[in-house]
Design a protein around this ligand. Sequence first.
Ligand code: ASP
Ligand code: MG
Length: 418
Amino acid sequence: MPLLVMKFGGTSVADLERIRNAAQKVRAEVARGYDVIVIVSAMSGKTNELVGWVNETSPLYDAREYDAVVSSGENVTAGLMALTLQEMDVPARSWQGWQVPIQTTSAHGAARFVDIPRANLDAKFAEGFRVAVIAGFQGVSAEGRITTLGRGGSDTTAVAFAAAFGAERCDIYTDVDGIYTTDPRITSKARKLDRISFEEMLELASLGAKVLQTRSVELAMRYKVRLRVLSSFDETDEMSGTLVCDEDEIMESRVVSGVAYSREEAKLTLVTVEDRPGIAAAIFGPLAEAGVNVDMIVQNISEKAQGHDRPVTDMTFSCPVEQVARARKALEAARDTGAIRYDGLEVDEDAAKVSVVGIGMRSHAGVAARMFSALAEEGVNIKVIATSEIKISVLIDRKYMELAVQALHDAFDLDKTG
Ligand code: ASP
Ligand code: MG
């Protein structure tokens, strides 16, 4: 029988009534002839509560026990979902990660899949069960301990099962009805996309992060698992939501698919560092070790170059505002050891990043020019620019972020997408 994976996030299983609502969607697919693997999250808020309990009990907790505690929310919803389906006369059985068994690495709190053997579930389907309900977010290590996959990991569980069982599709039921051209809270002109490519979805992660764990999209891209994002609160059919798929499946040609943003960015400039081979490695090595996520980088002629007997340059980069203190510490430490020399560190904590994303950029020239003139018309000054094959990002003053998103959404006619 054809197989579907259906994943329900925390808000979709937040109480017994919502579990019943989700179960009805599962029953409808069974009635259409599908066997279904259901992946559930914990009830919304539950995992946060469990994490809080662990921290309160033991601030420097043993990660194995952290996983034992925080994985438990999914055990409850998996069992309740199986019971609810049974009450609806749908033959269903629940499975915790170790029962499948979902084999993972031993990196507690951030485990990765090693293997998902099919035998146990296949045997159950062969007995006539139509639904296997799997506790998301968890697995078991080679040592036999329970592991978890990192926050938001149930999405990744869903994609991994879809890949392992060759599912026709992986439906991610959540509290939004799809992926939008931009954040609808910033412009009411935002449109829901019918389809988006894996690559664009990864680049739009800042919009989609709340919807899909990034790793689940990477996995879906690697195994070509068609993902659909849709709302469990709406009436849904085969056309609902947004399909995240291979670009070959996307017929319409759009140059830009979406405008993404990241509000809390900082711009740091090291003034007059030596201009010599190895200087970038000497700066960004320690930053990486300190866990600073450096994003855009520009090397510039220094205004203060005069008076230096050796060649100097300014090095500018961006990172999340919350990492500024860490970055400063790492750079000062590198200066103290003599690994780098600089005259000053300028920090601008009032920046934001706005990006336009689209696979159409590969074959269309002029996207950057259109982007920059749209920003110029609004009087928005660009501090740093970075590009990749399918994305152009600019760093700007945070106070213009909304304005910039709206202007770019208009400039690329995204209100006419859909
Ligand atoms: N319940 C877990 C979390 O809140 C996993 C998930 O829902 O995806 O992070
Ligand atoms: Mg989630």
